[in-house]
Design a protein around this ligand. Sequence first.
Ligand SMILES: Nc1nc2c(ncn2[C@@H]2O[C@H](COP(=O)(O)OP(=O)(O)O)[C@@H](O)[C@H]2O)c(=O)[nH]1
Ligand SMILES: Nc1ncnc2c1ncn2[C@@H]1O[C@H](COP(=O)(O)OP(=O)(O)O)[C@@H](O)[C@H]1O
Length: 403
Amino acid sequence: MGEAAAFLVHDLKEGFPNGFGLKSKGCETATVIGNKTYVVDGGCDDSILSFRVQVFDHSTGTRIDPVVLGTIPEPCKGHSAIALNEDRILFIKGGSPLHDSFWFLEVNTPYVQERTRSSGCEVVAWSKGVRGAVEKPIVVSGPSGVGKGTLISMLMKEFPSLFGFSVSHTTRAPRNMEKDGLHYHFTERNAMEKDIKEGKFLEFASVHGNLYGTSVEAVEVVADAGKRCILDIDVQGARSVKAGSLDAIFIFICPPSMAELEKRLRARGTETEEQILKRLRNAKAEIVQGESSGIFGHFLYNDNLEECYKNLKKLLGLDGSVNTCTKSIPEDFDLPPIVHSVSRIDNKIIITYRASDLKNESQKMIVLDLTSLKGGAPGRTRGLDVYPIDSVSNGSNMINQLS
Ligand SMILES: Nc1nc2c(ncn2[C@@H]2O[C@H](COP(=O)(O)OP(=O)(O)O)[C@@H](O)[C@H]2O)c(=O)[nH]1
Ligand SMILES: Nc1ncnc2c1ncn2[C@@H]1O[C@H](COP(=O)(O)OP(=O)(O)O)[C@@H](O)[C@H]1O
């Protein structure tokens, strides 16, 4: 077991002994990856850690304030950090609740590389670690009126604890029954364009004359609730998501005919005649693109609604053909306090700390299993497995607990 070495930021001047950075007690951590050192702010023992990131480039001898994407972790009083796979750093926040304890700073993942290329700046991205086997997000596309919303509502109603809807932003006006924050975040074009420029959107597109987009936060909120995210977006948006790093499955819903599509749009009664005609014109192009673009791995024909819903559930493994149960995860164990140490064995991070009650002081250990990590920035890093192990047990027993 190789214990990660601890060192202070002022050691920067002297250079670093190895690729691990670790420091608790409210000071900075400094983590070396390649020829760069990533310093995350701390301060003295009483100050609150702000999670400001600075990069020291050893090849040029310069200090860089990078563009920081993603939701920045809430302040805390101490953390540790450990480099993983040369492309991200794991942060462990001491004294924080379980859902907020583990964060990744991506420094060289495909997403960060792409954003670095497109912005010409040094980019890093935060992504929160989410426990459990939350499945890949689901992207649903198809022409207006085909039944996407209806099918998604049926799924959310039958499986409220499994699925969460990604609430998009749009500049279009709300329909009668639509609620701000529930169906869409209804917004002004200027405000949305500003947020897009600031990198807050995973994707966006102009659809039927209005701007629509999925914010990174919309997807993160669902992952934080431990649910599988459903995105109802157009083909352009699906193309952007596919080209990006959100690891998703892509479903295209097809109408039985253009005549039936028109009938449904008219029967819904939510659009003006002009808007209906525009949507029908766009539908043809959207169906051609959907079928020929190679974006979509699954096509469902929404002729008979019940039949189509059954096929959707089958595709998502909800018809009993696939075991969707996840193993139960213990919730009631102590979390690492501000002072702890971190080491690594293969894909497992071992967090060690001392705990005392009135009578005894003992050493405790928590294992963070990274084997099943999925996703990452933009959005959350899913599939963390966290569990306590009994560190007073004998050696072979401990190895069993780790394997
Ligand atoms: N790219 C993108 N498309 C979206 C988003 N939200 C909704 N859309 C798409 O915009 C189109 C119009 O949506 P809407 O105005 O609600 O009409 P509807 O599809 O007829 O119910 C649909 O194809 C949606 O899938 C988004 O966040 N991004
Ligand atoms: N299989 C179906 N057969 C008949 N009507 C349908 C079917 N699926 C959906 N609808 C109806 O068609 C209209 C458009 O469906 P909606 O879910 O709003 O489409 P979308 O979200 O793709 O724009 C709604 O009035 C809905 O009740």
